[in-house]
Design a protein around this ligand. Structure first.
Ligand code: NCD
Ligand code: ZN
Length: 348
């Protein structure tokens, strides 16, 4: 149970159901932030050489574990990147022996390192049917990649062209519609069977698309799916604080060096891991539903995935903190909320 006190809030230790931890020096630089805030995280497989097989995932998991600071209490939950060549037997073996928690669908070319993604999801029906049979969730980057579709409409069009038909065809498949950004996504998830859930990022709860152009081009708030109109942000806020078990925390923290963000062709991705829980807490408090933060952050995700709730607790203290303009990480990273003041501070 969440306890509300004037100066602090104690909740079950949360999990992050969508992170990009990268590899090599960047992994070592960013994983401590996620491991401090969260007990477990679903790790995205979109490395430069994507994590495609169970063996790839086992190797990547070992590198993540080796990069954790001593004394960390953090479990990476691994995913495999679906391709046109994915073999059901490999996925199921990986799931059965605990290496793979889920499989990720990136439509080809949807985002960073997604050139290997699936060209037509329906060619993977045998794989998806096998996943449905064992309860292995499918995680979906829900945007069409058709260059003719307006970028602000790509999620809504994906629902119509891909996700609705897929759920109708295989309603028993567990699907996480990741980092949803629109009213249409909320409407779809609300109406879908209980096998369909969604994650919501802090940036999509805080920002609308004006933020991209406020006073000039703002590369540090550029992510995919791109932030949308205000009406969509408000729909996401209502969903997040609704108490519905279909919605849970997934930061989509996606670090890129400052030089790769502030560039002629800047990378998509917001590095929000360092202050993620504080960022969500601000939203829940603004909505007058801080009592529902714990369900969203710590309960709905594990229940959907069929995993135990964490036993540990964390405390948010009502202490203002200023988010630094940048964080050293070998290369410089600019965190979400850089230069802003957040009203809560996580104590672990
Ligand atoms: C992600 C990344 O950089 O890996 N970027 C992002 O804007 N979210 C890719 C992704 O999840 O789409
Ligand atoms: Zn992502």
């Amino acid at each position: 149970m969440t306890q509300i006190a004037p100066t602090s809030l104690t909740l079950r230790r949360p999990d992050d159901w969508h992170v990009h931890l990268r590899d090599g020096p960047m992994l070592a630089a960013v994983v401590p932030y996620t491991a401090r805030q969260f007990a477990r995280a679903i790790v995205m497989p979109n490395l430069a050489a994507p994590v495609v097989t169970a063996a790839d995932a086992a190797g990547y998991r070992a590198r993540i574990e080796a990069a954790l600071p001593a004394g960390s209490n953090f479990t990476p939950l691994m995913t495999a990147y679906l391709t046109d060549g994915t073999e059901a037997a490999d996925l199921l073996r990986g799931h059965a022996n605990g290496v793979l928690t889920a499989a990720k669908l990136y439509p080809a070319h949807a985002t960073t390192n997604s050139a290997h993604g699936v060209t037509d999801i329906f060619t993977l029906m045998p794989v998806l049917e096998a996943m449905a049979g064992t309860g292995m969730p499918l995680l979906v980057h829900g945007e069409v990649t058709d260059a003719e579709v307006d970028i602000f409409d790509r999620e809504a069009v994906f629902i119509d062209r891909v996700l609705a038909p897929l759920v109708a065809r295989l309603p028993e498949l567990k699907v996480v519609f990741e980092h949803i950004t629109t009213q249409q996504a909320v409407d779809f998830v609300d109406a879908a069977p209980a096998t369909v859930a969604a994650t919501i990022t802090p940036q999509h709860l805080h920002l609308n698309r004006n933020a991209l152009f406020a006073g000039g081009l703002q590369p540090h708030v550029y992510c995919l799916p791109v932030v949308k109109r205000e009406q969509h942000r408000l729909a996401l806020r209502r969903a997040a604080v609704s108490g519905s078990p279909k919605y849970f925390l997934g930061t989509d923290t996606a670090p890129h060096a400052r030089s790769a963000k502030e560039a002629a062709c800047g990378c998509a991705g917001i590095f929000n891991a360092p202050y993620a829980l504080e960022s969500y807490a601000a939203v829940f408090e603004e909505e007058g539903r801080i009592d529902r933060l714990e369900g969203f952050a710590s309960e709905h995700g594990p229940r959907f995935y069929g995993l135990p709730l964490n036993e540990g607790r964390v405390t948010l203290e009502r202490v203002s903190q200023q988010v630094p303009a940048e964080l050293p990480a070998g290369e410089v990273l600019v965190p979400f909320h850089a230069g802003e003041t957040l009203g809560w501070q996580l104590r672990v």
